[in-house]
Design a protein around this ligand. Sequence first.
Ligand SMILES: Nc1nc2c(ncn2[C@@H]2O[C@H](COP(=O)(O)OP(=O)(O)O)[C@@H](O)[C@H]2O)c(=O)[nH]1
Ligand SMILES: [Mg+2]
Length: 233
Amino acid sequence: MRVYGMPDFGPRYVSPQEIMEANNAYAAENRKIFNDLGVFALNMMGSPGSGKTKLLETMLPLLQQRIRVAVIEGDLATAKDARRIAGCGVSVVQINTGGEGHLDAQMINRVLSGFYLEDIDMLIIENVGSLISPASFDLGADRRMVVMSIAEGEDKPSKYPTAFLYSHMAVLNKIDLLNVLDIDLDIMQKDIAEINPEINVFATCCRHGEVLGVDALADHLVSLVKDKIRNRE
Ligand SMILES: Nc1nc2c(ncn2[C@@H]2O[C@H](COP(=O)(O)OP(=O)(O)O)[C@@H](O)[C@H]2O)c(=O)[nH]1
Ligand SMILES: [Mg+2]
């Protein structure tokens, strides 16, 4: 919900609950559209620079061999990420939020008509780069995934637990940097398991020529998408 200008009868207070209720109504509508059309939606979150777009660029060719994928890109400004994804031959819509640090369900709802959803098995939504507010806004996706670069520091999952608490998958990216950083991957994994014992953790490297772990993540995602397709039949 947005309040443009001030109504005649004076300022109106829009409570956080009202904002969340309005968001949840759109999220429910999105979920219904995804379920009616058999589209598996993934809400992908993580800090700026954690490697979300790079992970997509690396993983999309593996996914496209087995399922039909489209992407929504969220950023404050520019269509740079959408251009990168379009380079993989995938349908993509870029949403620029201006100042907002997250995508909300209404923004997703507004761009869904830009896709031929009947011809898509999976819609991946790369959220605005942040470990904080994206985790609070349900988009109506089937699953949530948080991507963190190990270079962000091993203490970050415990300092920013919300995204890990609400995600089904966590990706620890840039493991090629283990050689040059004083990072203990075990501490990160232990902290994540403490925040959310159910979460599936994947360690990846997306660096050209050194790709690691992306095939295991792609396999996991394809099996989730195929489960949804099977349950619908
Ligand atoms: N060394 C290394 N660099 C990576 C890896 N994954 C991504 N990067 C780099 O990290 C930077 C940020 O990646 P980007 O995909 O734009 O991050 P996003 O903001 O989360 O979408 C880019 O320069 C990527 O090439 C990785 O696994 N290893
Ligand atoms: Mg990006």
